[in-house]
Design a protein around this ligand. Structure first.
Ligand code: ZN
Length: 181
């Protein structure tokens, strides 16, 4: 028997993606298993960051890895962004909860994060470039803020068909589970 967790991705417009996630209070084995399974899900889906609400958990946990090299794993529990700095830059973002959708999003170049690692050690660090971008995107997920909220009207129009398709897929899943229920 395996005690490993396996997570499926939560896709837009699942309601949990709109909820504010809750702080972790125990740095225990359950948290460690969750984090291991989040990395597994992220790497399988070829993502560079994943927030717990994206696997259906209302918890303030982020996993980040900009390169795919395991030495670059960055686990942030109960993170806060204490400062942002640098110029606002535009960069194309995707999101595992919005398959096939990309949009140019404006964010500051640098951010300072205060968080805890999986063992409960405090981390305070300034990040820049791609990692700072990923952290800001994933942090949004903990507040229920999504790619679609930050898109320009042009990108919204460009992605309108794909967004509608996601909503239709969600409604089909709801009807299916109601029929089975
Ligand atoms: Zn995302």
């Amino acid at each position: 028997m395996s005690d490993e967790l396996h997570f499926d991705l939560t896709l837009y417009p699942e309601p949990i993606l709109r909820k504010r996630a809750e702080p972790i209070s125990a740095f225990d084995s359950a948290l460690k298993r969750t984090v291991v399974a989040m990395y597994e899900r992220m790497f399988e889906s070829k993502g560079v960051g994943l927030a717990a609400p994206q696997v259906g958990l209302k918890q303030r946990i982020l996993v980040v890895n900009p390169t795919g090299d395991r030495k670059d794993d960055l686990t942030l529990v109960n993170p806060t962004i204490s400062a942002k700095a640098g110029d606002d830059t535009l960069f194309e973002e995707g999101c595992l909860s919005f398959p096939g959708i990309y949009a140019e999003i404006k964010r500051p170049e640098r951010c300072t994060v205060v968080a805890f690692d999986v063992d409960g050690n405090r981390i305070e660090k300034e990040f820049d470039g791609f990692v700072a971008r990923i952290i800001q995107h994933e942090f949004d997920h903990l507040e229920g803020v999504l790619l679609v909220d930050r898109m320009s009207p042009t990108d919204k129009l460009k992605n309108r068909g794909a967004l509608e398709e996601l909503v239709e897929r969600y409604q089909r899943r709801l009807r299916k589970s109601a029929a089975q229920g």
